[in-house]
Ligand binder design. Structure first.
Ligand SMILES: Cc1ncc(COP(=O)(O)O)c(C=O)c1O
Length: 409
């Protein structure tokens, strides 16, 4: 196995409950290719000409879930009155099914449209005075960090992408706490660097200092075995990424002490019910994604969630090991069981959002390969994902074209 190490001699970030209970079965370029998941690719209607190595950005909806949503849309079109009058109760029932999968209190989670909405709802529910600060990291997702910046002064913990392990990450975050830090907004699994940040120990240490914790679990439901066990005051996570749900489906989980302060972003007929119903009602909207969402997690359970997780993380590890053989790329420390891996590009490449966008779109247009290219000063990075529909040869294709592509960038 080609084991990625950091230039600072780092190793994989140590496993924690933040990083799954499933564990990965890393395979490297020398360790043989993981087998295709039986029946996996046929579950999706993806363009076969494209290597979809970027599940982490927008997910992909399996056919049974697409069909469940289509049936709900047919129902709504057949009798709109009946559909909308019955929607709040059906949403509550769908929420209870999601809560059962996530090990959550059904009254403690609400459907929201996406992680970004979850961030705004959570931050709006935290009492903050003038001068209070929200701590974020420079690995945070742009729209989520923007939600914090709208709410308060933001202080940013700078995390070197090569920090070797969970302890180093925790120390770097805690070092950025100031006497005015009232809330911390941290990724469960970061988008660019695909590493666990909000570990149970870090969250507990922040809570001990009186800091309200908000966790961005955009990648966690479906990918990590017990995401909410991390123990946050507020936790939001997308179902439309690794939970196989239709786009526009996410959840916000709120600890009991904070539920009374969560206020829907717009008023609705359900306001009197408080959290979670008030948050979920947004008048005449398309609720079919939420109603079909449990089908995604049901499918994952039927396929054997632990097996799917191990498969996906092994595929991502396989891809990263192949890419690590290219001298232009430096693998980053990874989190055990995470189905995404990141590697750093050389200085001069993808240093700005625009440069990263151009590289990403050229890779898609010229080679039919979809990956995330993320910007970073001093050299951006690429991220590859593993999912049921991926085949080892797709990563081989990427590794084959990347050197020429980068030298011609
Ligand atoms: C860590 C993280 N947070 C938030 C988001 C935003 O998710 P959404 O577009 O569903 O709001 C993403 C999207 O990729 C993400 O990776």
């Amino acid at each position: 196995m080609t084991q990625p190490t950091s230039p600072t001699g780092g190793s994989p970030t140590s496993p924690s409950s933040a990083a799954t209970g499933a564990g990965s079965a890393p395979t490297g370029a020398g360790g043989g290719s993981p087998a295709v998941f039986p029946g996996g690719p046929a579950l999706f209607r993806l363009d076969p000409a494209v290597a979809h190595l970027n599940h982490g950005s927008f997910g992909a909806v399996p056919i049974p879930v697409q069909e469940a949503q289509a049936a709900l849309r047919d129902e709504a079109h057949a009798d709109p009155d009946a559909f909308f009058v019955g929607a709040p109760d059906r949403i509550a029932a769908a929420r209870a099914r999601i809560a059962a999968h996530l090990g959550a209190d059904p009254d403690g989670i609400a459907f929201v449209s996406n992680a970004t909405e979850g961030a705004n709802l959570a931050l709006a529910a935290i009492p903050l005075a003038d001068g209070d600060e929200v701590l974020v990291t420079d690995h945070g997702y742009g729209t989520v960090t923007a939600a914090a910046a709208r709410r308060a002064t933001v202080t940013t913990a700078a995390l070197d992408p090569y920090l070797p392990d969970e302890d180093a990450v925790r120390e770097a975050v805690l070092a950025a706490v100031t006497p005015r830090t009232k809330a911390a907004l941290l990724d469960h699994v970061s988008s660019p660097t695909a590493r666990p940040i909000a570990t149970p120990r870090l969250l507990a240490e922040l809570s001990d200092r009186g800091i309200t914790t908000v966790v961005d679990g955009a990648h966690a439901p479906g990918m990590l075995a017990d995401p909410l066990a991390v123990g946050a005051d507020f936790y939001f996570g997308n179902l439309h990424k690794w939970g196989y749900a239709p786009s526009g489906t996410a959840v916000l989980a709120v600890a009991p002490a904070h539920r009374g302060r969560v206020r829907a972003l717009v008023p609705s007929w359900e306001d009197a019910h408080g959290f979670p119903r008030s948050v979920e009602n947004r008048a005449t909207a398309d609720y079919t994604g939420w109603l079909a969402a449990p089908e995604g997690l049901d499918l994952l359970a039927r396929l054997d969630a632990a097996k799917v997780r191990a498969h996906n993380s092994a595929l991502a590890a396989h891809g990263a090991a192949l890419l690590a053989e290219l001298p232009q790329l430096t693998p980053l420390p990874w989190g055990e069981g995470i189905a995404m891996r990141s590697l750093r590009l050389p200085p001069g490449l993808a240093e700005t959002p625009e440069a990263a966008r151009v590289l990403r779109e050229r890779m898609a247009a010229e080679h039919g390969i979809r990956i995330l290219v993320w910007p970073w000063a001093g050299g951006g990075g690429i991220r590859v994902c593993g999912q049921l529909y991926n085949r080892p040869e797709e990563y081989e294709r990427l590794a084959a074209v990347l050197p020429g592509f980068l030298s011609g960038a």
